[in-house]
Design a protein around this ligand. Structure first.
Ligand SMILES: *[C@@H]1O[C@H](CO)[C@@H](O)[C@H](O)[C@H]1NC(C)=O
Length: 206
């Protein structure tokens, strides 16, 4: 009985120290966090600002830069984007008046170059995909066929973040507390309608 008890205690201690050391390790290495802030509803979807934060202390994303991709779970389309673009339009043949920016089920997004005209930029966009430690990269996306309320929208899934010669593994998309924003004059607080978050950890150099 006594030996069983001490075995259990040893096991507990070992698992506890494993847990804390692996946690400390990931905290030191940092991560890439991607946040989707839904800013407004549209007749058939929403407008979101997607921001990637490089929380890695040492590792930069070099040129030709990051790519992000995900899978839609329904028939979502991307009506338009500001500050980034998808690599493929996909099959938009069911649309005849307004043409979406992308109709693929698994869009891949790349950043725009720094020389992008100012009227096609948003804050923190257009760095040619280069993302230095501690900095962020953002784009705006207008999603259609997407549900138009907190209850009906669906998060993108199977998120992937790729960088030249670096492999990342992303966790699931999670619904988190909506981001709060403060206006430039600091006199008004606003908040996102919904916020989704994905964390990607560096896996290996390729
Ligand atoms: C990602 O890094 C940030 C900043 O260091 C940290 O606050 C956050 O907890 C990390 N997320 C995960 C899931 O490791």
């Amino acid at each position: 009985m006594e030996s069983l008890l001490s075995a259990v205690i040893v096991l507990l201690l070992v698992s506890f120290s494993c847990f804390t050391s692996s946690e400390a390790l990931t905290r030191n290495k940092g991560n890439i966090t991607v946040k989707w802030d839904l800013m407004s509803w549209t007749p058939d979807g929403y407008v979101a600002v997607v921001t990637a934060y490089n929380y890695q202390k040492q590792r930069s994303i070099p040129s030709p830069g990051w790519k992000m991709s995900w899978r839609w779970t329904r028939k979502e389309v991307i009506w338009s984007m500001v500050g980034a673009q998808t690599t493929k339009q996909g099959d938009c043949s069911m649309f005849n008046e307004n043409m979406p920016h992308s109709c693929t089920n698994k869009p891949t997004v790349v950043d725009l170059p720094p020389k992008t005209p100012f009227n096609q930029q948003i804050a923190n966009c257009c760095k040619g995909g280069v993302l230095k430690p501690g900095l962020e990269s953002a784009f705006q996306i207008s999603v259609g066929n997407a549900g138009d309320s907190v209850k009906t929208v669906r998060m993108p899934v199977n998120f992937m973040f790729t960088a030249p010669k670096q492999q990342y593994i992303c966790g699931p998309t999670k619904k988190v507390t909506p981001t709060r924003f403060i206006t430039a004059d600091k006199r008004r607080m606003t908040r996102a309608l919904m916020t989704w978050k994905i964390t990607c950890d560096f896996h290996k150099a390729t």
